[in-house]
Structure formats: C-alpha cells, structure tokens
Design a protein around this ligand. Structure first.
Ligand code: SF4
Length: 316
C-alpha cells in the first residue's frame, strides 16, 4: 500500500528499501543481470542512489548508473556526476542525443508550452525536444544493455503528469514497451522528505541547489517572512519550461551570460515577445504591455529590452 504525502519519513524510507529489495530479488539482479538507475545529477535521483540497497548495489557492480547528457546540462551537473563517479566508484554510462537543442529549436520552435497543453502545435516542440534529447538516447542504451530492472528518482508530486502516471502504474510494474521491470522507489516522497533524507545521511548534492532566487523581492511588501523561494530543477539549462515559475529570473541572477545568450543570441526573447503579442492582442487591459512588446520586437530589439529592463523576460 503506497504511503502518500504527509506520511512519516521513516516509514517511507522503510517502504522504499523493501520495495527495492523485493525488486532485486524478483528480477534476479546480479553481475550478469544488472539493474540500472537513471541518474540525472538532480536531488531526487541522488536521493534514490543513496537508498541503502541501491548504493550497495552500485558499489558491488550489480547496479549501473545511466546519465542522459542532453548536451545542454549545467557545468555544475556534469561536475557532480563526475564527483559521484569518483567517490562511489560507479561507472556512469552516458547517453547522448544525435541532435542539438539549437537544431530542435530551428525545426520545431522553443519548447515553451507544456507537453499535453491545449495548443497541440506549440506543445509539439516540447514533446519533440524531450524525445530527441532525452527519450531516444536513453531508449537506445536500454536496448543495448538489456537491464532487467530500470529504477528512477521520479516523484508523483513533481507534476500533474507524474501524479497521473503514479495512479495508473504505481511504483513497480512491468514495462511492456521495454520488457523490463520499472521501479520508482521514492514515487510517494515529497520534496521535504528528499531533503530530510539528505540531511539525515549527509550525502553530497549538486551545488546548483544552493543558488536560490526570491520571487517576490520586487514587491514593496517583500520581507523574508513572506518570501517565495525558487530553487532550480536541474536539467537542460536553456529549457524555458520553468518560465512561469521563476526559472528565467533565477538564470538571469546566477548565470547572466547564459541568460543573455539564450534570450538575445538564441532567440528566446523574440519567441516570448511573439507569444505575448499573440496572447494579448485582443485584451484591453494589456494594451500598455502589448505596445511595449510590439515596440521591442519591431523597433528597438530584444537586446535593448534586456538592457533597459532586465526583468522584462522574467515572466510570461
Ligand atoms: S527539459 Fe526542456 S530543453 Fe530539456 S529536453 Fe525537455 S523540453 Fe527540451
């Protein structure tokens, strides 16, 4: 019986450990029949890695780590993956895409819209981007290695899609597509549980999590009591998916050169202006914003907008 949100952290840990042990036994995991953990360098898969049976399995050589390098990873993430490799002694298998983020943008546009969003044409860019940069390279390695058990650090409360997936499949099931067992040992953990486990074990984590941004600090009523803290989700540095939750403000504050490259040189600023113009075209209350967007797109340019009004692209 899965333990949902609000459950006791100790009980969740016990449940997850038992689940992994059961999966190892049922799948007959050994040096000849290995399991794999999809390891992104983010806190969730780092947490899954430190579940005692998985960590022991990695050290023993019966669990491989699979890192999908999208070619647009933060340098801090690559550094952390190497650190894990050195400290735990795990050989990390790296999956790489055949196409680049830029090529995908040229072909489908920026992946701004969420997958499954109402505008299917715009959502296609996101689906295609994730397919080419993540799914296809991983699928290729899964087919090459024939792992019996595929484990991840997925959590149900990360998104609507994951909650739905959790309801449909649960945390341990047979994948008919890949013909292996899938196990998401921390599927029912909250983010607080993950950080509590990190504190309890004291394991190292990706340094990107220590770079935070306060989303309401432009508000005159801002204080540290009412602050809303944004902590990045590691992964593709140039992904605009987090635009509505503060990703671009975070990027601008902590990685200004990357922010400029993305907004000005790679063209995300122009794409945002186009979408905003489209969205506000017939909205009376947005006239001032609409006029500014049109001017920046057609007369002054994105570089000027960023220079004169740095937070212009923080939200959408
Ligand atoms: S997370 Fe964003 S940038 Fe990365 S593959 Fe998916 S859509 Fe593309």
């Amino acid at each position: 019986m899965p333990i949902m949100k609000g459950g006791n952290m100790k009980e969740k840990l016990k449940y997850s450990v038992r689940l992994v042990e059961r999966a190892f036994t049922e799948c007959g995991i050994s040096k000849e029949n290995k399991a794999v953990l999809a390891f992104s360098g983010g806190i969730d898969s780092t947490c899954a890695l430190h579940l005692p049976p998985i960590l022991a399995g990695v050290k023993e050589g019966i669990v491989d780590l699979l890192f999908n390098d999208t070619l647009v990873e933060f340098p801090q993430t690559r550094k952390f993956v190497r650190h894990v490799e050195d400290t735990i002694g795990a050989a990390v298998i790296i999956a790489k895409p055949k196409v680049t983020f830029r090529q995908i943008v040229e072909r489908y546009g920026f992946p701004i819209y969420p997958r499954g969003g109402k505008d299917s044409q715009r959502a296609k860019a996101t689906a295609m981007c994730c397919y080419h940069l993540k799914k296809a390279p991983t699928k290729k390695l899964i087919n090459e290695h024939s792992w019996r058990l595929y484990m991840t650090g997925l959590r149900a409360d990360e998104s609507y899609n994951r909650r739905t997936m959790a309801k449909v499949y649960g945390d341990y099931f047979l994948s008919k597509t890949y013909k292996h067992q899938r196990c998401h040992p921390i599927l029912y953990w909250s983010l607080d549980d993950v950080w509590a486990f990190q504190k309890q074990c004291g394991f190292d984590y990706n340094e990107l999590y220590d770079k935070v941004t306060y989303l309401n600090d432009g508000d005159v009523y801002f204080s540290h009591d009412n602050m809303k803290k944004y902590q990045v989700r590691t992964g593709c540095w140039c992904c605009p998916q987090g635009i509505r939750t503060g990703k671009l403000k975070w990027l601008r504050e902590h990685f200004p050169k990357m922010f400029n490259a993305l907004i000005v040189k790679m063209g995300l600023g122009e794409a945002i202006l186009e979408l905003r113009i489209d969205k506000n075209m017939n909205v009376k209350s947005k006239r001032a914003q609409l006029a500014r967007d049109i001017n920046y797109k057609k007369i002054f340019g994105v570089a000027k907008a960023v220079q004169t009004h740095p937070c212009y692209f923080d939200s959408f």
